[in-house]
Structure formats: C-alpha cells, structure tokens
Design a protein around this ligand. Structure first.
Ligand code: MLT
Length: 263
C-alpha cells in the first residue's frame, strides 16, 4: 500500500474521510474548518489524486478497504469515526463487515447499500471500455451532470474543481474502481448489524442516491440519524460545506464516544 497520499490536520477525535469516484482527497477541502474541532484524516485511494494505482493482484472493493485500514494504522488510529462519500460509503460498509471494531461512528453520504443491478453493471462495462479506448471524457462529462446541481457546475470553485479531480484520475484507477463497484456485494443485510452511532447525509437534489433512498438506508440502520443538505446534489460536502459540516459537528456532539488515539 506504499505511496498512498495522506493528510492529517487538526487535533482531537479523529474523522477519517473516504472519497468517492472519480475524485480524490481534495473533495473534502470544504471540511477544512472541521480541523478546528477534530483530527481530519484524508487520503487518495489508489490511482486517484496523488496515489499511484494499486499493484496488480486480487481486485474488488476489499482492496480499498485494506487501504482505509492501512491509513488508520499509519496514522495511529485503532478506531475512528469513518465518513464515506458514495463509493467511499460502499467501502465503509465492507469495512464494517470485516472490521467493525475499528469503527466508532459511521457517516454515510450520498451512498447506498445495494449492489449494482443489471443496467448499472452494463454501465460499468461501458465505462471501462471508454476509458480503455481513450474516451474517458465521454464517461466523465456524462457523470458531471449527475454529480452536481446546475449551479454547482457553473461555479469554478465547485464544477471546475471536480473537473480537475477527474482529470487527475489515472486510467488504471478508473478501471479498477469501476470493476470493484460492479462486483460489490449487496450490503443491505449488514445494515441491521450496525451498532455504532450512524448519520446518513444526502444532498436534497441528489439524483444518483436520492433522499428517498437515503431515508430507506437510515431506517435500516438501528438508531441512525439523517440530514438533508440543501442546495446540493451528489457531492454534498463540496457543494454545501457549511450545512455538511454543521450536520457532522452536531452528530459528534450528540453521540459522545471519547478519544481514539492508538492503544
Ligand atoms: C461515486 O460518487 O463514488 C459514484 O457515483 C458511485 C457510483 O458510481 O456508484
């Protein structure tokens, strides 16, 4: 797992942030102010941002789960609050399956527990083909309209930034992630086993994982809370960081856990 780019900012309880597809750790730049309250750990999954692609080997979502666990080890965290955006949420549900003792609280943003259906799987295959044929722009341009509200797309600090993250993603990173998402299992049966405080966040205009789906996710996790982020689509932490950060800080305040430094 060498070469994974990691940033650690701030002090106090740790919050590990796991980015979505096809993004990188800078999707969390609006969460910078949280470093005044928490120890923020952000990192680039293999093949995205500043992290090199994974070495060839068994793929699947589990490879990314290994990376999250490795980042926690490297930053001295036996356990922490884990927050995942979309694909980051898929990874964290896999992490809950494998290593629940590493999770103090869970924040699931603009994500879902279900596996891909037939149509989504076909879409992943088309995405892989486009990337391999040098037509990644078609894939990424098509995604942009689904990821952001029209207003966010026009805003250079949001739409321009998302385009930059997409441009930085490596071919291998894109292909590995598409294949991993395509093959991920249904995590729905896991939801009733989640026994840590859980918050579901969703952009009020998220078309990929709409608020109604988020409410279904919330109701399947015992005691989970939900907050709808106004004026945001699928990339709620970047599109409305003020509301996103407020919801996170309220969640920490309402579910005290204690310190999570290395034992
Ligand atoms: C993401 O934001 O991580 C992706 O939209 C997830 C997906 O394609 O299923």
């Amino acid at each position: 797992m060498s070469g994974v780019a990691i940033d650690v900012r701030g002090e106090g309880e740790a919050l590990v942030l796991v980015h979505g597809f096809p993004l990188d750790r800078t999707i969390w730049r609006g969460q910078g102010p949280l470093a005044g309250h928490l120890r923020l750990v952000t990192f680039d999954l293999p093949g995205f941002g500043d992290s090199p692609p994974a070495t060839p080997g068994p793929g699947g979502l589990g490879r990314y789960t290994d990376v999250v666990l490795d980042v926690m080890d490297r930053t001295g965290l036996r356990s922490a609050t884990l927050c995942g955006l979309s694909m980051g949420g898929y990874i964290l549900l896999d992490l809950w399956r494998r290593a629940p003792e590493r999770v103090e609280r869970l924040v699931l943003c603009d994500t879902r527990a279900e596996a891909d259906g037939e149509e989504a799987r076909r879409g992943r295959d088309q995405g892989v083909a486009r990337v391999r044929e040098g037509r990644r722009e078609e894939l990424l341009d098509g995604m942009l309209t689904k990821l952001l509200t029209a207003a966010s797309r026009e805003d250079p600090a949001v739409g321009g930034h998302v385009r930059k993250m997409m441009a930085r993603a490596s071919e291998r990173g894109l292909v590995d992630a598409l294949q991993a998402m395509k093959g991920r299992p249904d995590s729905t049966p896991l939801l009733s086993t989640i026994s840590v405080p859980t918050l579901v966040l969703v952009g009020s205009e998220d078309a990929l994982t709409p608020p109604a789906d988020a409410r279904r996710l919330q109701s399947a996790v015992p005691g989970a809370a939900i907050s709808e982020i106004p004026g945001a689509a699928h990339l709620s932490p970047l599109e409305n960081p003020e509301a996103f950060n407020r919801a996170l800080l309220d969640f920490f305040a309402q579910s005290p856990i204690g310190c999570n430094d290395e034992a």
